[in-house]
Design a protein around this ligand. Structure first.
Ligand code: SF4
Length: 175
């Protein structure tokens, strides 16, 4: 059987093994050393794996973490987020997700979302948020080795130029 990682899967080493983010399912898994070793062993292209590991990789493919040839269908979101045996619940030292504000503005102020302490009531002038803010956001996010970075606000679409700059800066910290 051949195996390759699913597109854009992110791995992060941890004391207990590692964590894994699967973008197309927006799902995060914690793997013990043994399972994380299987993930780390994969390159970016198809590779033949020993027959004795077929079932292990098929289980990972069912969760969307890798792909197999012949194909393994993915299962629905059934909830297994720990891969392998753990003596205690794993804890992480860096966050899974970092939310990055591209702007504090949102013109709509929906009741269920608007955070008065973080967001500004209404759009005022374009000049009341500086590009230094964006540089600080990107630099801070770059120091945190999160698996996922979410660009948010306010509404990033109200400030497309700022959002574009932030996305570029964040991408540079993730290369
Ligand atoms: S960010 Fe979206 S959901 Fe939140 S207040 Fe603005 S429009 Fe509403």
């Amino acid at each position: 059987m051949q195996v390759r990682p699913s597109q854009a899967v992110r791995l992060r080493q941890e004391k207990f093994g590692g964590t894994c983010y699967v973008p197309h399912r927006d799902d995060i898994f914690a793997a013990n050393h043994e399972v994380f070793g299987l993930l780390r062993a994969l390159g970016s292209n198809w590779a033949k794996v020993p027959k004795s590991l077929d079932r292990a990789y098929q289980s990972l493919a069912a969760l969307g973490i890798c792909e197999t040839d012949p194909a393994t269908p993915e299962i629905s979101y059934s909830g297994p987020s720990l891969l392998g045996q753990f003596e205690e619940f794993p804890s992480i030292e860096e966050p899974f997700v970092v939310n990055c504000f591209s702007t504090a503005h949102c013109p709509l102020k929906c009741l269920y979302c608007h955070a008065d302490d973080l967001m500004k009531e209404q759009r005022t002038s374009e000049g009341d948020e500086s590009s230094a803010d964006l540089a600080n956001v990107a630099a801070t996010a770059g120091m945190l080795q999160s698996l996922v970075v979410v660009v948010t606000g306010g509404d990033p679409l109200t400030r497309p130029e700022r959002t574009k700059v932030l996305l570029k800066s964040l991408a540079a910290t993730r290369m």
